[in-house]
Ligand binder design. Structure first.
Ligand code: HEC
Ligand SMILES: [Cu+2]
Length: 322
């Protein structure tokens, strides 16, 4: 077997530096601040490391013999106390200085997105001009180059909102609203996840974020506003008669269910189950059958006991809710 060269091993460390889930590939103002802070601290760390390697080499190669005691003492105090105090003070200053900017409110009139964490998915609400709110789930769309104001909370335990390419993580705490604002600067698709252990399926709590042009954003929001038309299709009937509506809302059919994600436009989402499964009739069918296996302890019972035709009809109907 060919031996792996050390350089290749090093490349593995860089795999996570790009892509939709990377704090080092910033696509938002807050993430840019954080990543430049990261590079400055890395640079400073590297410079200090080089300085100390140089001193070691000096001590080993250039002047290996005994040193003057007074000078060494000064050196220990200077290099071991004064120098670190100065460097750490400077780096604390540069780490804290961007904080006020990261938590300040976006200007009035900015897009507002309310997100709350639940075991194990994200409820997302867009307040509209007419005091109404549009509820979606597990997917957030944002217009590019406009500041956005997030209002973050939780409906059960502490979660943490983190979309590394756009901003730093921030806790979602029950009974409290935390603010986060930033400006997405590049269109694209980004991934987020819950960054605070929140129970069995914590690792299965992902988030899709799409940053798009303003026009595309407006079209998307308009589409999400629309209600579903009753058709009396087998899927719709099964949805109402099997109790899905006690937990899920589909505007136009029933808006009472609040325990689970709003499914009015579930078919339009990229994935289902908070980023866990692809979104098509087969996967929705799998979800309905085996949610307890796919997402242990999720607050939705499996419905394998329903006749196969009903489960098929449900999956087909939900897939069609674009
Ligand atoms: C007891 C409440 C409850 C009932 C009843 C229920 N669900 Fe759910 N459902 C949930 C919860 C909670 C989630 C979110 C689970 C997660 O991702 O952690 C969910 C998620 C889903 C999703 C994924 C949505 C998305 O965007 O990720 C689909 C699809 C779904 N349910 C369909 C159904 C269907 C169809 C029925 C009826 C046969 C049903 N549910 C009955 C609570 C319920
Ligand atoms: Cu969580």
């Amino acid at each position: 077997m060919k031996q792996l060269k050390a350089e290749y091993l090093f490349l593995f460390l860089l795999i996570s530096c790009q892509g939709p889930y990377s704090a080092l590939g910033p696509a938002g103002s807050a993430a840019r601040t954080i990543s430049s802070m990261f590079w400055w601290l890395c640079g400073a760390g590297l410079a200090i490391w080089l300085l100390f390697v140089a001193l070691e080499l000096y001590a080993i190669l250039v002047k290996p013999g005994p040193h003057d005691l007074k000078k060494t003492r000064l050196f220990v105090i200077g290099g071991g106390v004064i120098f670190p105090v100065i460097i750490i003070t400077i780096s604390i200053y540069f780490s804290l200085a961007p904080l006020p900017d990261l938590v300040k409110m976006a200007p009035k009139g900015s897009v507002v997105v309310k997100v709350s964490g639940l075991q194990w998915w994200w409820r997302v609400k867009y307040p509209l001009a007419n005091d109404q709110e549009i509820e979606v789930a597990n997917e957030i769309w944002l217009p590019v180059n406009e500041p956005v104001q997030f209002l973050l909370s939780s409906e059960d335990v502490i979660h943490s909102f983190w979309v590394p390419s756009l901003a730093g993580k921030i806790d979602m705490i029950p009974g409290q609203t935390n603010h986060l604002s930033f400006t997405p600067t590049k269109t694209g698709h980004y991934l987020g996840s819950c960054a605070e252990f929140c129970g069995t399926s914590h690792a299965l709590m992902r988030l899709d974020v799409k940053v798009v042009e303003r026009k595309v954003f407006d079209e998307w929001l308009k589409k999400q506003e629309r209600s579903v038309k009753r058709t009396g299709s087998p899927g719709e009937v099964a949805f109402v008669s099997n109790g899905c509506i006690s937990c899920h809302s589909v505007r136009g059919i029933s808006s009472l269910g609040k325990i689970g994600p709003d499914l009015t436009h579930v078919g339009s989402r990229r994935r289902i189950g908070a980023g866990i499964l692809n979104n098509d009739a087969n996967q929705i069918h799998r979800w309905i059958d085996d949610v307890d296996l796919i997402k242990p302890e999720a607050k939705m019972p499996s419905f394998k006991r329903l006749p196969i035709e009903e489960r098929k009809a449900l999956a087909k109907w939900l897939e069609g809710l674009k």
